[in-house]
Every structure is written in C-alpha cells, then in structure tokens.
Design a protein around this ligand. Structure first.
Ligand code: PDD
Length: 277
C-alpha cells in the first residue's frame, strides 16, 4: 500500500484528498491575486484580471478561462455580501503525485476566499514604521507567484523589529518594493518609485497613485531609491490593494519628516479616494 501520513494518522495514499497533492503546496506552483471592494463595489477588477492573465502566462499555466474566473469572483462576492471585502484567489497547476515535471493536461485548481477588511483608519492617521531587509526573491518578481517565502521572512524580520512592513533592498543597494506593498518617496512635489521591471510587481495601487499624482499636478519619476535617499525624503508611503496608500513615518528607526503623515501623502490619499467612490 502506498502510505501517506497526516500528523499521526496513517492513510492510504491512493485515498488522499487531492488538495494534499496540490502543486501549489509542493512547489508553490501557482499564481494569485488580491483585490478589494469599497462600499460594495469591486475596485479595478479588469486591472487585476489582466495582471492575473500575465502571471498565468509567466508560469505557463494554460487552459484557464478568464471569463470563468471573473464570474466566480463576482458570484462569490455577491454571496459574501461584504461591502469592504478582501478577495483572494489563486490558481495552481493542478494536483498529482509529486514530480517536478508536471503531468501533461493537468487540471488547474482554483481557490478563493473573501473576508472583511477591518478598520485600518489608524494606520492612515498614525502611519507605518518600516525596516529594510535584503531582497532574496527570484528574478521574475513581476509574476504574482505563490512562492512567497522571501517575502514572509522579510515580514517576520520587520515584525521582530516592531515594524509594520519590510522594505526590500536588492544586491545593488536599491529599494525594490515592500514585502507586500509598493514603496514611494516624496521629495518636494515629486513622487519617486522604482521603475516597473522584472524586479517588482506591477502594483495596481501604484498605477492609480500615478494617476492621483497627475491629477494633483505632482511630478512622478520612476527611479529606484537607496535606503539613504529614502531616509532623506520629505515623505514616504506604501501602496497596497487592501489599504491603498499608507504613510510611512519611520524608516529603519529614523523619523521621516515630522514622524507623522505628510501633506502630500494626505492629499494623495484623498485623491485616491475619488477613484474608489
Ligand atoms: N500584495 N509588491 C508586492 C511584493 C506585493 O505583494 C503587493 C501586494 C504589492 C502591491 O500590489 P497591489 O497594489 O496590486 O496590491 C507590491 C498583496 C496584497 C498580497 O500579497 O497580499
């Protein structure tokens, strides 16, 4: 008998639930998306589905019907009836006996959760503290892959230091992004962030922050910063779907500006809000 063991329980390996054989679990062989709703309306669904399509192509998972994904998201969202919801979903290459080389014609697995986004107004008022951590990720960070161990380790390090987010620094000494957020600096009336490349996720919040900056007549430059430059910026902030723009008030223990959310960040937050109405 082929045997499997789940904690102390021995089971017939041929009778295992297929979720135990998911390649997402064995290899992180899958891609995901996180989107959200504001007051009962899903934000930037098309942007997220377009990025998801790119991620699937990036890891060569074929045969996923994007119309079906869209209907599943809408159906689950309708069922949950949560006005301010976080919608998570992933697709893995499929389930099967552990083999690096996937079987031909696997059936991709789809999984989705919807949960309420709690009150995060305090993080906008008080701001986040961040600490730097080496960017240990692979060379295709534009893919929203399930392989998040370097991001998890970075976040754990930040938490140990009492910080809210880890800011990843690559081997050239340049900031790429946060462990689960985009990173921005503000100097005068100029917003600066890393250029889109294989080294960062093409953040949807980044795209709308760029629009907000444009609407406010702010300059926007796509150029990576060093931690030193970040420390000397007038303001810093993060961008992430679940909370849009979050001010950063401390960077590696050093106060940014007056250690409170700055005026430009607050203006961007208000401008961003208009997109979500
Ligand atoms: N993460 N960079 C990384 C590495 C991220 O994981 C995220 C978001 C972002 C911001 O992307 P967006 O604006 O599209 O949310 C940037 C999510 C929310 C997560 O993994 O839970």
């Amino acid at each position: 008998m082929n045997v499997a063991m789940i904690d102390d329980r021995i089971v017939d390996a041929n009778q295992l639930d297929s979720s135990y054989l998911d390649r997402g679990l064995y290899f992180g062989d899958g891609v995901y998306e996180v989107l959200r709703s504001y007051n009962g309306k899903i934000f930037a669904l098309d942007d997220h589905l377009a990025r998801f399509t790119d991620s699937l192509a990036g890891v060569e998972i074929d045969g996923v019907d994007m119309n079906q994904i869209r209907s599943r998201v809408l159906k689950a969202f309708d069922t949950a009836k949560i006005p301010n919801a976080k919608i998570y979903f992933h697709v893995t290459r499929g389930s099967g006996p552990r083999d690096h080389n996937p079987a031909v014609n696997m059936n991709p697995n789809f999984f989705l959760t919807i949960s309420e986004i709690g009150d995060y107004s305090k993080s906008k008022i008080n701001g986040y503290t961040v600490s730097t951590y080496p960017d240990l990720r692979w060379k295709k960070c534009w893919i929203k892959s399930l392989n998040l161990l370097p991001n998890v380790l970075a976040k754990m390090d930040a938490a140990k230091k009492g910080c809210d987010e880890a800011i990843l620094v690559d081997e050239n000494g340049l900031i790429t992004e946060g462990s689960s957020s985009a990173f921005f600096a503000c100097v005068g009336r100029t917003i600066q962030t890393a250029p889109t490349s294989a080294n960062i996720l093409p953040s949807i919040t980044r795209k709308y922050t760029m629009k907000a900056a444009h609407n406010l007549g702010l300059a926007f430059i796509e150029k990576s910063l060093t931690p030193e430059q970040a420390k000397n910026a007038d303001e810093l902030f993060l961008g992430v779907t679940t909370k849009d723009i979050i001010p950063v008030v401390k960077f590696d223990n050093l106060a940014i500006g007056s250690a409170a959310p700055g005026p430009i960040t607050r203006k961007l937050i208000s401008e961003f809000e208009k997109f979500t109405k």
